[in-house]
Design a protein around this ligand. Sequence first.
Ligand code: TYM
Length: 338
Amino acid sequence: MRVVSGIQPTGNLHLGNYLGAIRNWVKMQDEMDKGSECLFFLADLHAISQPHDPAELRQGTLEMTAALVACGIDPDRSILFNQAQIPAHTEMQWLLNSTARMGWLNRMTQWKDKAGKNREGASVALFTYPVLQAADVLLYQATHVPVGEDQKQHLELARDIAQKFNTDFASEDEPLFTLPEPFIPPMAARIMSLRDGMAKMSKSDPSERSRINLSDDADTVLAKVKKAKTDPEALPSETAGLAGRPEALNLVTIYAALKDCSVDDVLADFGGQGFGAFKPALAELMVETLKPITQRFSQLMEDREALDAILARGGAKGRELAAPTLAATYDALGLIRG
Ligand code: TYM
């Protein structure tokens, strides 16, 4: 089993990232058998597909590294690095660009959303972003990729690229690439904004009040939850009663995910009560979860050298693991090296 996943080091780690992905990274790391490996990385190369400030990217990469370690990623058990440490990611992307089709990339919803009406002005990197993502996982022969719902389409594309490459340049008996399985949590796969139950919680939302950052202190969490959009009705006593109430459903889902119980369990406790009672309980639960993470994060941020060392060590291990598949890909394409 080989687990591979990444996160962009832009903005703060928020509750959507944590419940949708990072918590599962930690679970998978903790349940790893001998001989299996977990690779987790900061997708800094993906981050340059949109306008960015180099100093902020540098700082963001270190902060996200500290945040991941604070959440429980152990650099002694998992391989933790930033993509830029491993040139094989960009090399593999170029090799896979010849297999990926324009039509496939044109259908990507993230491309459509992020480029918006200004496709002509978008970077080429934003368009070929999903090919780099395919390279990220295929390079390591990933079997499982823990992600939130929004990354599902990109992983389907990675499978399509792998399949076409295997058909065109390898044989059915000896495929070059493993087809990666997305691992999407049954609950919390899509945590929504606190301001709009129909929009996903996101780093790029201009409103800070739309998300809970893992670095938020108790007062900030309380204030954000208090101001979270809701409706005037009391909570129902069964899940069906949340239909057509996206904000209520989102808050109850967050509570259930934090408590590791079902939405029905939460409603069994809070059914019939209003948000005046539910919101403080939710905020308290968030603060309880975040407190140890924030404390550890602050400690880790005090030692920049230690963070650099974690990334350098992960980079060296990753380069080693990437080498055989990269060499086999060059070879399969008829490219002579060395
Ligand atoms: P990114 O940085 O946007 O998000 C990191 C992870 O968090 C999940 N996520 C969410 N889950 C639930 N609810 C939300 N509101 C929410 N927002 C974000 C994402 O699904 C993701 O799992 N392209 C990727 C990074 C990437 C990658 C990869 C992932 C690059 N290469 C290879 C997996 C494999 C991204 O921008 O994620």
